[in-house]
Design a protein around this ligand. Structure first.
Ligand code: ADP
Ligand code: CIR
Length: 342
């Protein structure tokens, strides 16, 4: 048996290290979900990566119950959410207007939600045969979509290099998971049974078997975030009718990473901030004030190139979908005002 603080790398500031006391560790060490997921598997990524901020992944929906003693405090700290609170859902149509109509700063808006299907383990704990069965089920649903959602599926394993190049250029493609996902087991059998679906106009897309079974995405070259949101949720209504997603009364949509539960929504803009790039403290303070997260130009844990920041909502649980968009709208207006003032 090992004592929890000693299994995590020195200097690690991950939430899993912070909250996994010896007492909780002893209570959970021998527990298993019905599909055989264990604490040791859940915390692999935090053990391997000293710079993990969270360090834990769920292997199936039941992980959140069986290992609640460790997931709950992490969720509470990340989302500022208490388990006694209710997670609200509200996807009413919004009309907030464009934030930056000439797109001097906001180059594009991308809103994604994560979904996992009932009856299948999550990607860090799924066998190749189940991943294949799942991919088949999802492709059948996606290829049945009609009108403006009609599109094509490009499997990561079999798509030709020229097409991949174009999909990368359009920001539609995804790569093998990073070292955090790798240590968790999410990259097993990569690139088998993964793929990208996109509508003919390339505005609606779905990532299949990436960090979650599905990432459902709307991506447009616009600063009108409410329009993107309205379109995405109309598409989700169609998908909800043909696929059965895991959802919990308290924690909303259940996902591999506990940072994504709840709405599972990340609404981001690519925004050019030449002046604020030179005043990063000011930018980060504004982000903190408006509960926003700043990522690099190519996504999580990447660098900012040509002053293009990825700014999105931080909180996804205990807040409704519409509220996330309204808050993002207010925060972005403040950030653009600060950029203009400099
Ligand atoms: P996720 O959003 O799924 O949590 P990432 O942070 O890795 O994951 O982002 C996924 C991809 O989406 C990256 O390639 C990133 O560059 C791209 N992306 C994110 N936001 C935008 C945006 N507003 N416009 C264009 N591309 C974006
Ligand atoms: C980590 O623990 O750092 C990674 N597993 C990623 C966590 C989710 N991302 C985030 O909070 N920005």
């Amino acid at each position: 048996m090992f004592l929890p603080p000693s299994v995590f790398p020195k200097g690690s500031k991950s939430l899993v290290k912070k909250h996994l006391s010896s007492k909780i560790f002893n209570e959970l060490e021998h527990k298993k979900t019905d599909s055989g997921f264990t604490l040791a598997k859940a915390i692999r990524s935090g053990i391997k990566n000293p710079d993990s901020s969270i360090g834990i992944y769920a292997g199936d929906a039941q992980s959140y119950q069986i290992f609640s003693k460790i997931f709950d405090p992490i969720i509470s700290e990340y989302h500022g959410f208490s388990k006694n609170a209710a997670h609200p859902s509200d996807v009413r149509s919004l009309d907030l207007g464009p934030i930056d109509p000439e797109r001097k700063h906001i180059k594009s808006t991308r809103i994604r939600v994560a979904r996992n299907l009932k009856g299948f383990n999550f990607p860090c704990h799924i066998s190749l045969s189940h991943r294949r069965e799942l991919e088949k089920k999802i492709i059948t649903a996606l290829l049945s979509l009609k009108d403006n959602l009609k599109g094509n599926y490009f499997p990561l394993e079999f798509t030709n290099a020229k097409r991949i190049e174009q999909l990368k250029k359009d920001n539609l493609w995804f790569e093998k998971g990073d070292r955090f996902q790798d240590a968790a087991g999410i990259n097993s059998d990569f690139p088998k049974c993964r793929g990208v679906f996109h509508s003919v106009d390339k505005k609606f897309l779905a990532w299949v078997n990436e960090e979650d079974h599905l990432r459902i995405i709307r991506l447009e070259k616009t600063s009108n975030i409410s329009n993107v949101f309205n379109h995405l949720f109309r598409s989700l209504e169609v998908l909800n009718a043909i696929l059965d997603f895991t959802r919990d009364n308290t924690y909303g949509y259940l996902t591999s990473c506990p940072t994504n539960i709840g709405t599972s929504m990340r609404a981001s803009v690519h925004i050019k901030l030449k002046k604020l790039e030179l005043k990063k403290d000011h930018l980060y303070n504004l982000a903190k004030k408006y509960h926003l997260q700043i990522r690099g130009t190519s996504g999580e844990k990447t660098c900012v190139e040509n002053a293009i920041f990825d700014i999105s909502n931080c909180q996804r649980l205990g807040i409704s979908e519409s509220e996330i968009i309204r808050n993002l709208h207010i925060g972005l207006l403040a950030i653009i005002k600060a950029e203009k003032k400099l």
